[in-house]
Design a protein around this ligand. Sequence first.
Ligand code: SF4
Length: 378
Amino acid sequence: MNGRKITSEEAEKSLLKAPEKAQRGDRLNFEDGLALYNCRDIWRLGRLAEQITFDRVGRNVYYSINRHINYTNICRINCRFCGFSRRPGQADGYVLSVEEVAEQARQAHQQGATEVHIVGGVHPELPFNYYRLIVEEIRRACPKLHIKAFTAVEIIDMAQKADLSMDEILMQLQEAGLGSLPGGGAEILSEEYFRRACPDKPGPEKWLAVHAAAHRRGLMTNATMLYGYIESPAERIEHLIKLRKLQDESLRNGKGRFQCFVPLPFIRPHEKPGEPSPATPDDDSTDVLTDLKTIAISRLMLDNIDHVKAFWPMLGVKLAQIALCFGANDLDGTVQQYRIVEKNRDNTTNSLSAEQIRALISETGRTPVRRDAFYRPI
Ligand code: SF4
């Protein structure tokens, strides 16, 4: 757990300064971010984040017609917060064939999807060729469909299996048709957190290195933050500052960058058969004030990442809609199938229609804009 704390006096001072700094366009520092987490006036924080959103990126709220495909739930890494993965040999583990993944993508494209989001567990045996063929097959079947695929840990695993550098893996996937990387697996970018929450997973520096390499290759990526598990607010702020720092470097290089930040609330998984309960808080998930503060503070701290997503499959549809008034400007998309968590907040479906998404956005007084993978209006 991160030990950095600020005194109540410092918090009070930062709390007074932070809104002014944000409004002036000055960069918020660690103390400012932490002070904002201590802020009890949630409405003031929300109004500030919303105003900064309008000033920086306008009043549009983006969504896409997309499809999530999870090609396997078998994973050799055993993150303690994960309810999705199954150990090799477990009865309800599955692996989709290359053809099955491509067929799901083809069906989604026929139904109007412009983007697929493909991630899975770190399967111990699938060779690099499997992943490359998935991309090649989809590209062949649907030349115009954007392929956003494989989190940093999957890229690292491919590099290890193929005995190639990350750069070579990214190059080969790009040649096969990969369009961008999703932002999963960042969790909380702290060595100490990884040691406690996911000790078998390649550490935070590796996650950052994959995204830096992708940006250097001109790939756009996203960044997530899994909050509400065992981290402190200070660790969340440090996570945001690390992302902001990498984004500064990537923007200087002028090629790829983070397009969107996606805060993901921890949702307690059902117990995995035969495995110890994960070390979780008592509750099933984070409290609503933490969710809304996290959205707003992300918007204020990440002054160089344009888009903040309210990811409704995990926040729940109702809270995701409110998050649009707290600094979010992206409601993800139709999704169609989301297997990473077993349930979401309001037990809604795993799929929303474009009409439902547009209505949710319009009710907040914002303009719904269907986007492509690079936030260009369609
Ligand atoms: S979070 Fe990802 S890497 Fe960790 S156990 Fe789950 S599927 Fe595997």
